[in-house]
Design a protein around this ligand. Structure first.
Ligand SMILES: C[S@@+](CC[C@H](N)C(=O)[O-])C[C@H]1O[C@@H](n2cnc3c(N)ncnc32)[C@H](O)[C@@H]1O
Length: 246
């Protein structure tokens, strides 16, 4: 069984209290912190019977293994790991799926930012390969600003096989690559959809690329050759949101 882990930062901890309070085991608060931003969190903690322990900054830094905790750290049971079977359940109950595939994003800051984008865009689930991908670490939760607790993350054994299964269920998979001929703004992003993003260094793997129904690029006007994956994810998801609303 996985060890309990730490989650820190006001947004991430608030989201935990709102979405998965049963996972919270202990809470530490910076001694003397009673300002306006912390009050709603204290009320949430009280409502589920968690009594925060006072701690100094050094103790919080050590528990979070980071200085970015904003004076609040909780120890939690690890989240249930969702797999391809859980993804089937999601597809069964979702009329028009809107999914994000991250093919090997390994930087926790990028995964956190992608989850935050996915939450904001109303994505139903994010799919990652089980190996060679960042998992749900405390840094991911902090950067995701609460989205790690709201957006389901499916960790699949064989991404190419999962992509085929999605296609068999009528999901159109749009891959992204800087050199693709078609652009994001020409693509039809309505209907059951998965947008596939590549890894920071190498982009989409060959097999993943071959499993896409179409490949699109985000037009680049300047001299850099690509966007950061989380920025590209935001651009693609919100073009899909625009189309799906009109
Ligand atoms: C930093 S880029 C990877 C660059 C890599 N050298 C390549 O050739 O794909 C990471 C991911 O962000 C997305 N991305 C970045 N810039 C893009 C662009 N202009 N058009 C489409 N996707 C882009 C793609 O999903 C890409 O795989």
């Amino acid at each position: 069984m996985k060890k309990p882990e730490m989650v820190f930062g006001i947004h991430a901890v608030t989201s935990l209290f709102e979405n998965a309070p049963e996972r919270i085991l202990e809470m530490w608060l910076l001694s003397g912190r009673q300002d306006e931003r912390i009050q709603p969190l204290l009320a949430l903690a009280e409502s589920v019977g968690i009594k925060p322990q006072q701690a100094n900054r050094k103790t919080l830094d050590d528990k979070a293994e980071s200085t970015q905790h904003q004076g609040v750290v909780v120890r939690v049971r690890p989240a249930k790991i969702l797999t391809e079977n859980d993804l089937e359940d999601l597809l069964d109950k979702t009329d028009i799926p809107f999914l994000l595939i991250l093919d090997g994003v390994t930087d926790p800051h990028n995964l956190g930012a992608c989850l935050r984008n996915a939450d904001a865009a109303g994505v139903h689930g994010v799919i990652v390969p089980k190996d060679n991908s960042a998992g749900l670490t405390p840094t991911v939760s902090k950067v995701a600003c609460g989205a790690a607790e709201t957006v389901p993350l499916y960790q699949v054994t064989n991404l190419a096989r999962t992509m085929t299964q999605l296609q068999e269920r009528g999901v159109w998979i749009v891959g992204t690559a800087g050199e693709a001929d078609g652009t994001l703004y020409q693509a039809n992003l309505r209907g059951p959809l998965a947008i596939a993003m590549g890894a920071e260094g190498k982009g989409l793997r060959r097999l993943s690329r071959e499993h896409c129904d179409s490949l699109i690029s985000i037009p680049m006007a300047g001299s850099v050759s690509s966007l950061n994956v989380s920025v590209a994810t935001g651009v693609c998801l919100f073009e899909a949101v625009r189309q799906r609303q009109s």
